[in-house]
Design a protein. Structure first.
Ligand code: SF4
Length: 339
């Protein structure tokens, strides 16, 4: 896919890190939300937001997670962070299973994983100064005294490209890009190994997006951070990720290193997503692959392959038998009967 990286003024990406022990391993993760109905609020069904999702992220690696709105990406992020409880499956941080740990036992692991949200304004308390916001995790975890905390906050401000003089300013006094820098500084406060970035640049102007992405990549190089990077902008995902997972209706349907996924997509849904990306060169014609209809409801997903209602290649078997995610080439996994 021709990259829009230059148009966005993005720095060249790092090559993929050598295989290392995973910082996070997710296996068979499921999150079903009960649907309550009637006066007695009886459970009438379940929204299968995340349905059997597995992946691992190595130290210093970025896994991009893409898919249409409502496919379950953000639920994966929140379940992984244990902000919502998983229905089934396991989450391991540095080899330790944290899936069922209680609040107190989870605390030291929480320090290892932090989250950045899409909207940097609503995720910052307007009544707190930027310095207090960044220093809050340090206070909660009782790490430092006030003076030492102030020094650490000033250091974090510098790391994310904010001036120490801005410590006493309030969120409304910052631009959108600066507010996202505050969120990144807060996420870095406890020196985590994993940052879950849920659409971190979607709410920002294109020029500012590049600055934030470049900052995240610099920080990854310096600190060997691992990222789960969730976005619907494939150009950004292509740039920052080492590997990419494509989600459809709560499941991963394709999973590969980014070069493979962007040059040799095998799943029809990935093909359609890539075909929809605008090419910044009018002389390059791209084959359009328009998907009919909408994403089916996760309350009542279609039987067999959940993509069969929109797939141009669907055949009888697809309507009955669910395709498993299988390795079609080294490191390249696809859930499709025909690929
Ligand atoms: Fe399309 Fe069938 Fe493959 Fe599903 S299994 S993506 S319906 S060809």
């Amino acid at each position: 896919m021709p990259s829009t990286a230059n148009a966005l003024n993005l720095r060249p990406p790092e090559s993929a890190p050598a295989a290392a022990a995973p910082v996070v391993e997710v296996a068979g993760l499921r999150k079903y939300f009960p649907l309550k109905k009637g006066l007695l609020r009886r459970t009438a069904g379940y929204v299968r937001a995340v349905d059997d999702v597995s992946f691992a992220i190595a130290r210093g690696e970025t896994l991009g997670l893409v898919g249409e709105s409502g496919c379950g990406k953000s639920t994966v992020a929140r379940t992984l962070m244990r902000l919502i409880e998983p229905t089934a499956g396991s989450i391991k941080i540095n080899g330790q299973d944290v899936t069922r740990l209680g609040k107190r036992a989870l605390r030291p692991h929480r320090r290892q994983m932090q989250i950045i949200f899409q909207d940097p304004f609503s995720s910052l308390n307007p009544r707190m100064t930027a310095g207090d916001i960044v220093g809050e995790p340090l206070k909660i975890h009782g790490l430092t005294q006030s003076r030492a905390r102030h020094e650490r906050v000033a250091e974090l401000f510098e790391q994310v490209g904010l001036r120490a003089q801005q410590i006493n300013s309030f969120p409304h006094q910052f631009s959108g890009g600066q507010r996202q820098r505050i969120c990144i500084a807060r996420a870095l406060a406890l020196s985590p190994q994993l940052i879950v970035a849920d659409e971190p640049v979607s709410a920002l102007d294109v020029s500012i997006q590049a600055q934030v992405i470049n900052l995240m990549m610099d920080l990854q190089r310096q600190k060997q951070l691992s990222y789960l990077f969730i976005a619907h902008d494939l150009a950004v995902v292509e740039h920052i990720s080492h590997r990419v997972a494509v989600m459809y209706l709560g499941r991963i349907v394709e999973y590969a290193d980014k070069a493979t996924l962007f040059t040799d997509p095998r799943h029809p849904y990935t093909e359609a997503l890539l075909a929809a990306v605008p090419v910044p060169n009018p002389r390059i014609a791209r084959k359009k692959l328009l998907l009919p209809g909408d994403v089916p409801s996760p309350v009542n997903p279609p039987p067999g392959c959940s993509f069969h209602t929109r797939c141009p290649y669907a055949e009888a078997r697809c309507r009955i038998e669910r395709p498993l995610l299988r390795e079609v080439a080294p490191g390249h996994h696809v859930a499709c009967h025909l690929r």
